[in-house]
Ligand binder design. Sequence first.
Ligand SMILES: Nc1ncnc2c1ncn2[C@@H]1O[C@H](COP(=O)(O)O)[C@@H](OP(=O)(O)O)[C@H]1O
Ligand SMILES: CCC(=O)SCCNC(=O)CCNC(=O)[C@H](O)C(C)(C)COP(=O)(O)O
Ligand SMILES: [Mg+2]
Length: 379
Amino acid sequence: MSGSLRPGASGWRRAATVVLAAGWTRPSPAAPPLPPLPAGGFRLLLLQRCQAQGFLPGAYVFPGGVQDAADRSADWLRLFAPHHGPPRFGLRPARPPPRPFPGLPDADGAAATQPDDAAPAALPDDVAARVCAVREAFEEAGVLLLRPRGAPPAAPEPARALPPPPGLDAWRERVRRDPRLFLSLCEQLDCTPDIWALHDWGGWLTPFSRAGGRRFDTSFFMCCLSEPPPVRPDGSEVVRCQWSSPSEATESFMKKEIWLVPPQFYEIRRLANFTSLSDLHKFCLDGTSEGIEKWMPITFLTANAMVQLLPGDELYSEDSEYLENVMSSGEKIEDIMKESKTLHRLVLYSHHVFNIHVTIQSKHKHIYPKTYIISKSRL
Ligand SMILES: Nc1ncnc2c1ncn2[C@@H]1O[C@H](COP(=O)(O)O)[C@@H](OP(=O)(O)O)[C@H]1O
Ligand SMILES: CCC(=O)SCCNC(=O)CCNC(=O)[C@H](O)C(C)(C)COP(=O)(O)O
Ligand SMILES: [Mg+2]
């Protein structure tokens, strides 16, 4: 039996998610009818989680989920062979791992998660995480981020999803029930997961909110697609989808049409720095070459707002105490902000009113969002 990487004593689950950014230049059969974008623009795929979900019900997220033992199975080796194999499967050399938050069980914060079946790990962590993200995109959205075996790499062009072959719905149901069957589907299609189209982007560790709460150690990947693939929410875990540019998603969030949680809001604002898909793709190909950052926000409760502090902020403290604790103050956020200069934080006034303050330089040649403050009239 396959098994998700179940939480160990610490409760952490290893997860992976993929931000799909699709070019929107010319009419495409799969593109929903949406207003034109500025030349070269792109839209992101957002999926709404069903209200019955135990974690983030109703939120709009990128496709993703918990890693399964099947995602790192030795069986993938024969599918990737003879063109690709250990140690890097044709990927660039591994980036230095993210700096761990003190007190987390291992370098990437998820040593407590072990495969149920104790199978030997066959794929490197970052390859298994890509397989997981590709499988989740298929399960949740019906998007096949696959590449025919032996096909030359799409880079430097943005990738293309595989057009859905007949009978795919039945396969999706089977894979949802047993993630090991994703490999069988790939075999039948003579494809591999297009791990080369998924670029390291960053990662988020769920902040502490309450004792025993679910915590994810999530790797974020970016995938640039030349055009939007057809998307069909599974209707169970995911009930709706939408393609939105970063500015459309921000507007939609502020109008309360969609609800985003801080990591997704931050990533959408970060992506607002890119004016075209080709800029974003170029950045992915040569931008974040020096390392990956994985952040655990620290929750700071003030008299009138909840703040999510990020590394580099002057109030952020890399102290293991904050793995399972929040900070708090009886002061108003406006008074706290008057005293603060070195900022990397989200200020959450309500479910749909978030500000981002960034005055620090990005690390590893990555890019951070610009400070984003919504007008007082919306508060
Ligand atoms: N129809 C549904 N209603 C509520 N939760 C659902 C669901 N279908 C799937 N899920 C939940 O979605 C999670 C799987 O997400 P993913 O595959 O993206 O990791 C599982 O949560 P648990 O992790 O709590 O079991 C699963 O129970
Ligand atoms: C203030 C409250 C928060 O910020 S909660 C932050 C939640 N986000 C994360 O934990 C990191 C990113 N997580 C995700 O993208 C998804 O929630 C997921 C992929 C971990 C979801 O996994 P699931 O198995 O439930 O689909
Ligand atoms: Mg999911």
